[in-house]
Design a protein around this ligand. Structure first.
Ligand code: UGA
Length: 432
C-alpha cells in the first residue's frame, strides 16, 4: 500500500514512521524545506522517544521517504493522509486554512481514485465540507473517498501509543474506503485492537469528546485537590480510592499545575465554540477551561505562601515543557507561572532536559542552568513544574545545602510531604 502523509509535524511524522514499520511505503510531505532536509538526514525535528530510530531504520529499509513535492506524493499514492496543524483562532475556533489549502492542492493533482484521510483534529462537519472542496477542484475528473481517522497519540509516548492503541477510529461512507483503512491498520487488528467504524461526523466528535473528557478529569481532580488542602485530606489517596472504581478509572486523576500542550487547551476551546455555533452551551467543558486557568494562578499564590513577597527573590524552576519526555512548550503551565512571578519582581533560574531551546523563544530574562543543582544554588525556593524522571531522585541533602532557604514547592507531587518535612524542607505539594 502506498501512502502519502501531508504534514510532517508530531502526528504526521509519528504516523508515517509507524506505518512504514508495518511494511507500508510512505512518502512524508511538508512545505518546510528545512524540516525535510533534517528528516532526510534521518533526524527528527523534535524530541519524541523512539521516533528517530524508527525514521532511520525505515529510511534504510526503503519504506520511508521525505519530500517537499506534494504532486509527487499524491501521484505516487492511493491513500493520502492530511495531518497538518489546526491552530486556534482568537475566538477559540480552529483555523482550518492550512487544511483547506492542502486539500485544494492535493485535489488539483488527483488523476485517479484516491482515499483522502483526515488525521488533523477538525470540527464536526469538516469532513463533509472538505468533500465538497475536493469535488469542486477535481470537477469529476476522478473518484475519491473521504475518511476521518482521528489520532489519540500522547506526546512523549506517541510511538508506544501508535503500536498499542486502545482503539482505532475510522469514519467512512463506504465499504471500499473501510476495507482500505482496515488493511492499513491490519497489524493492530491482529493484536485485537478494537476498530470503531462509524460515520465521518461521529469520528470527528469522538476525538473532541475524548480530549474534553480527559481534560475534565484533570480539572476535576485539581478542584478536588484544592478542597483537600482546605479540609486536610490527601488528594492522592482520594484519587486512588476513586480510581479503583472501574467506572471512574485511575488514569488522568493526577493533580498538578493544570493541563497544557497543543491539544487539550485548543480542543476544549474548539468544542465550546462548536457548541455555540449550534446554540448548545458546553457548560462542563467551559468550567474545565476556567478551572484550568485558575489552577495556574493558584500555583503562583502557592509559591507566594511559601516564599512571601517574591520581589527581588530568585525562584528556581525544574521543568519547562508542558509534560515530561517532550520539548514542547505549547501552553505549558510553566509559561503563566514564570511570567506571573516575573511580573511580581522575581528573578527566575530554570532547567529542563529537552525544552530549554524552545523556552528561549518564550521567556525573557530567565537564567538557564546546566542541571537541577545549578538551579537550586542561590535560589530562595525550588519549584518542580514538570515531572521529568531525573527530578524524581534528586540528592535532597545537596539541594537543601544549595538553596538560600529550604523551600520546595512540588507542583507534581513527586515527593512525600512527611519525608520532605522531616528532612527540614518547608515543603508543599498540590492537594496534600
Ligand atoms: C492528549 C491526549 O492524551 C491524546 O490522547 C491525544 O491524542 C492528544 O492530546 C491529541 O489530541 O493530539 P498530549 O497533549 O500529548 O495528549 O498530553 P497528555 O499526556 O494527555 O497531557 C495533557 C496535559 O494534561 C499535560 O499538561 C499533563 O501534564 C496534564 N495532565 C495529564 C495532568 O495534569 N494530570 C493527569 O492526570 C494527566
Amino acid at each position: 500500500m502506498k501512502i502519502c502523509m501531508i504534514g510532517s509535524g508530531y502526528v504526521g511524522l509519528v504516523t508515517g514512521a509507524c506505518l512504514a514499520e508495518f511494511g507500508m511505503e510512505i512518502i512524508c510531505v511538508d512545505s518546510d524545506k528545512a524540516k525535510i532536509a533534517t528528516l532526510e538526514k534521518g533526524e527528527s525535528p523534535f524530541y519524541e522517544p523512539g521516533l528517530e530510530d524508527l525514521i532511520e531504520k525505515n529510511m534504510k529499509d526503503g519504506g520511508l521517504s521525505f519530500s517537499t513535492d506534494t504532486k509527487k506524493g499524491v501521484r505516487a499514492s492511493t491513500v493520502i493522509f492530511i495531518a497538518v496543524g489546526t491552530p486556534a483562532n482568537s475566538d477559540g475556533s480552529p483555523d482550518l486554512s492550512h487544511v483547506e489549502a492542502v486539500v485544494r492542492e492535493v485535489a488539483s493533482y488527483m488523476n485517479e481514485y484516491k482515499i483522502i484521510v483526515l488525521k488533523s483534529t477538525v470540527p464536526v462537519g469538516t469532513g463533509k465540507w472538505i468533500k465538497g472542496v475536493i469535488e469542486e477542484e477535481v470537477k469529476g475528473a476522478c473518484t475519491f473517498d473521504l475518511v476521518s481517522n482521528p489520532e489519540f497519540l500522547r506526546e512523549g509516548a506517541a510511538v508506544e501509543d501508535f503500536f498499542r492503541p486502545d482503539r482505532v477510529v475510522i469514519g467512512a461512507e463506504n465499504e471500499k474506503a473501510i476495507e482500505a483503512m482496515k488493511e492499513i491498520y491490519n497489524a493492530l487488528y491482529l493484536i485485537e485492537t478494537p476498530i470503531v467504524i462509524t460515520t465521518i461526523e461521529t469520528a470527528e466528535m469522538i476525538k473532541y469528546a475524548s480530549n474534553a473528557f480527559l481534560a475534565t478529569k484533570v480539572s476535576f481532580i485539581n478542584e478536588i485537590a484544592n478542597l483537600c488542602e482546605l479540609v486536610g485530606a490527601d488528594v492522592h489517596d482520594v484519587a486512588r480510592g476513586m480510581g479503583l472504581d472501574g467506572r471512574i478509572g485511575r488514569k488522568f486523576l493526577h493533580p498538578g499545575p493544570g493541563f497544557g500542550g497543543s491539544c487539550f487547551p485548543k480542543d476544549t476551546k474548539a468544542l465550546v465554540h462548536i457548541g455555540r455555533e449550534h446554540n448548545c452551551e458546553m457548560e462542563i467543558v467551559q468550567s474545565t477551561i476556567r478551572v484550568n486557568e485558575r489552577q495556574r494562578e493558584r500555583m503562583i499564590e502557592k509559591i507566594e505562601q511559601m516564599v512571601g513577597d517574591v520581589r527581588g527573590k530568585t525562584i528556581g524552576i525544574l521543568g519547562l515543557a508542558f509534560k515530561p519526555n517532550t520539548d514542547d512548550m505549547r501552553e505549558a503551565s510553566s509559561i503563566p507561572i514564570i511570567q506571573g512571578l516575573q511580573a511580581k519582581g522575581a528573578r527566575i533560574k530554570a532547567y529542563d532536559p529537552e525544552a530549554m531551546e524552545a523556552a528561549k523563544k518564550v521567556f525573557k530574562d530567565v537564567v538557564y542552568c546546566k542541571g537541577p543543582y545549578e538551579v537550586a544554588e542561590g535560589s530562595h525556593a525550588l519549584v518542580l513544574v514538570t515531572e521529568w524522571n531525573q527530578f524524581r531522585l534528586l540528592n535532597l541533602e545537596r539541594i537543601k545545602g544549595l538553596l538560600l532557604e529550604p523551600v520546595f514547592v512540588d507542583l507534581r507531587n513527586v515527593y512525600e510531604p512527611l519525608h520532605m518535612r522531616e528532612m527540614g524542607f518547608r515543603y508543599c505539594g498540590v492537594g496534600r
